[in-house]
Design a protein around this ligand. Structure first.
Ligand code: AMP
Length: 212
């Protein structure tokens, strides 16, 4: 069975875009904890109401909440998953191993990039919620302004993609990433890729990481 894939990297490094490419080329299932949480907010569920403020600030949602959400939406069995946006701290790394993967082989791919460029990248990001397409007003603008090329739906600017929240999300990332990388490095399952390249070039690196 293919290894489970764990995409690591700051917000805006292209994990979501590459996860979509991996699904199309390799048939993985994509699990984004951020998308699952945004779904709960869209449904206005009890959980959604609880996490909305936390997400608007760019802070991390409680580990147990994330674990429950994951277990409700993924069942490893014979299925190969891409974990995108999880784990976010060393406690979640341990929860992933013991409560989700339970011995299933995994590989972590770290999207490495200079954090300074990310604020601009994220401010220019626009999302099509239904089709899942991700645009960038500079590097990948939609053909018709404000509309998704595939579905025609209106593009949105995520509420937490404003500069103040992005700065906090980057601070949270900086304060949590080191032990996560150390863990996967020691395990011998970490692949670092240069995420500053174009999406097409990054996918070539991702393909090599998945195949090797
Ligand atoms: P993302 O879409 O991955 O950028 O996540 C958006 C927001 O959802 C984050 O800023 C957190 O508030 C929350 N979130 C997503 N994944 C996690 C996670 N694994 N642990 C805690 N909070 C998370």
């Amino acid at each position: 069975m293919r290894p489970q894939l764990i995409l690591l990297g700051a917000p805006g490094t292209g994990k979501g875009t590459q996860a979509k490419n991996i699904v199309e080329s390799f048939g993985y299932n994509h699990i984004s904890t951020g998308d699952l949480l945004r779904n709960e907010i869209a449904k206005d569920s009890e959980l959604g109401q609880k996490v909305k403020g936390i997400m608007d600030r760019g802070d991390l949602v409680n580990d147990q909440v994330i674990l429950e959400l994951l277990n409700a939406n993924c069942d490893i069995g014979d299925t190969a998953y891409i974990f995108d946006g999880f784990p976010r701290n060393i406690e979640q790394v341990k929860l992933l191993e013991t409560e989700v993967l339970k011995g299933s082989a995994s590989r972590a791919i770290f999207f490495d990039i200079d954090l300074e460029v990310l604020i601009e990248r994220i401010s220019n990001r626009r999302i099509a919620p239904k089709s899942g397409e991700i645009y960038n007003l500079i590097s990948r603008p939609p053909k018709v302004p404000g509309k998704c090329d595939i579905s025609g739906e209106d593009l949105i600017h995520r509420k937490d993609d404003n500069e103040e929240t992005v700065r906090n999300r980057l601070e949270v990332f900086k304060s949590t990433i080191a032990p996560i990388l150390e863990y996967y490095e020691e395990k011998g399952s970490l692949v670092r890729i240069d995420a500053s390249k174009s999406a097409v070039e990054v996918f070539t690196l991702v393909e090599a990481a998945v195949n090797n």
